[in-house]
Design a protein around this ligand. Structure first.
Ligand code: BTN
Length: 250
């Protein structure tokens, strides 16, 4: 993967800018990094708080040779890569809230927003946007019981550029294996080991269908396998469905 990094002191959203550049001629592997976002986007239309100088806001442009229905696995590849990088940099144990939130001590430290453009059945580009709460010392009141930062949990200031470079190293390795295997079998065990809801009760919120089940772990396609109360097994595809713990955020 070619390493081109474009740095912005302030931008609306690195995902939005990445889309713009991907439509032009930005090459596969281009990474956009911002010091501050004025319109950071979270999943499901939420705002991603992006104050200056503290955290990591970055978006990676990918132009992969991949079937469209495999693209959502890239989110899990990134989640796994950030987990390994954060563990290496901080020694904190990192958990994963399927498919793409990272959790330390029961609170969110990273979110991933993957967006894709498809034409005539094939992928034009995929943008993998990553927000990591690195050095934030305070969170807005409504987030305090759900979000934390690596600084708050480790007591150490972390150099953002070092963590970005660790994440990219981990991602490049994992991405190569993923493209070769075309599934997530290589990271399934490591992912499930960190899965916050493993063997726990979760609430599955499908449009028009809500139920309680036990989460068993991901399969090689990155779907979450759950067992319903009637014993039926279900594989949940990332994107359409929200899975919550039954006691609060995790
Ligand atoms: C979520 O958990 O809701 C996903 C959050 C993704 C935030 C990142 S920050 C960098 C990139 N640019 C954005 O506007 N969003 C993503």
């Amino acid at each position: 993967m070619k390493r081109t990094v474009i740095y912005y002191d302030e931008i609306d959203s690195t995902n939005e800018k990445a889309k713009e550049l991907a439509k032009q001629d930005a090459v596969h592997g281009t990474l956009l990094v911002a010091n501050k976002q004025t319109a950071g986007k979270g999943r499901r239309g939420r705002v991603w708080e992006s104050p200056a100088g503290e955290n990591i806001y970055m978006s990676l442009i990918l132009k992969p040779e991949l079937e469209v229905d495999k693209a959502s696995m890239l989110t899990l590849v990134m989640a796994y890569s950030v987990a390994l990088a954060v563990e290496a940099e901080t020694n904190l144990p990192v958990q994963i809230k399927w498919p793409n939130d990272l959790v330390v001590c029961g609170k969110k430290i990273c979110g991933i927003l993957t967006e894709m453009s498809v034409s005539q059945g094939s992928i034009d580009y995929v943008i993998v946007g990553v927000g990591i709460n690195v050095n934030s010392k305070v969170f807005p009141a409504e987030l305090q019981d759900k979000a934390t930062s690596l600084y708050l949990e480790s007591g150490k200031q972390i150099k953002r550029e070092e963590l970005i470079s660790q994440v990219m190293e981990q991602f490049e390795q994992a991405y190569e294996i993923f493209l070769h295997k075309q599934d997530l079998s290589f990271l399934q065990e490591a992912y499930n080991y960190r899965l916050v809801s493993k063997d726990k009760e979760v609430r599955v919120l499908e449009p028009g269908n809500e139920y309680q089940a036990i989460a068993c772990g991901i399969n090689p396609e990155g779907e979450l396998i759950v067992v319903k109360e009637n014993g039926e097994q279900e594989a949940i595809y990332a994107g359409e469905v929200s899975v919550r713990g039954i006691y609060g955020y995790v």
